[in-house]
Write a protein that binds this ligand. Structure first.
Ligand SMILES: Cc1nc2c(=O)[nH]c(=O)nc-2n(C[C@H](O)[C@H](O)[C@H](O)CO)c1C
Length: 152
């Protein structure tokens, strides 16, 4: 049985995790999900570590970054911590993050849900098909939450 850790925040303005869980349940047979909700992005890494210690095989995290410089530093801190967790455990952490200033507020929900869905599909492929599962899409300019840009 595959266990996926799902970590999200109350800071986020969209429930991306529920959207991703729906996709993962459809695509990964016998999936076990452990969800952990924390206040903000800087609390995410330790939650992933705890769920890995409980036996999860991979993780998806759902962060929302505010528009200020301080928010962006918080994201950098989270990213570095998540890289450390991935390297220390040898397990994937798919970081699904929405930056509040990447689009007008009216578009952000659609971007967030699309990004959550598409990254859940990516992780499902890795979990069910292994390291070469995504190889047919290599170099094809995939984007999550925005239209794909295509290959050059
Ligand atoms: C400045 C700041 N910005 C964000 C953000 O953009 N997104 C987010 O999810 N959380 C932010 N936080 C909160 C911290 O990540 C954390 O939750 C608190 O410092 C408590 O540990 C803070 C403190």
């Amino acid at each position: 049985m595959v266990c996926v850790a799902i970590v999200d925040t109350t800071f986020s303005r969209v429930d991306m995790a529920s959207e991703a869980i729906k996709v993962l349940r459809k695509k990964v047979p016998g999936l076990k999900v452990k969800r952990y909700t924390v206040p903000g992005i800087k609390d995410i890494a330790v939650a992933v570590k705890k769920l890995f210690d409980e036996g999860c095989d991979a993780a998806m995290t759902f962060g929302w970054v505010g528009p200020t410089q301080t928010d962006k530093y918080s994201y950098l801190a989270m990213s570095i911590a998540l890289q450390m967790v991935q390297i220390n455990y040898g397990r994937h952490v798919i970081d699904v993050t929405v930056h509040e200033d990447e689009a007008e507020p009216i578009k952000l929900k659609e971007i967030a849900l699309g990004r959550a869905r598409e990254h859940a599909e990516n992780l499902a492929v890795i979990l069910t098909k292994g390291p070469q599962g995504l190889t047919p899409l290599a170099g094809t300019g995939q984007r999550q939450g925005w239209p794909d840009v295509g290959p050059l």
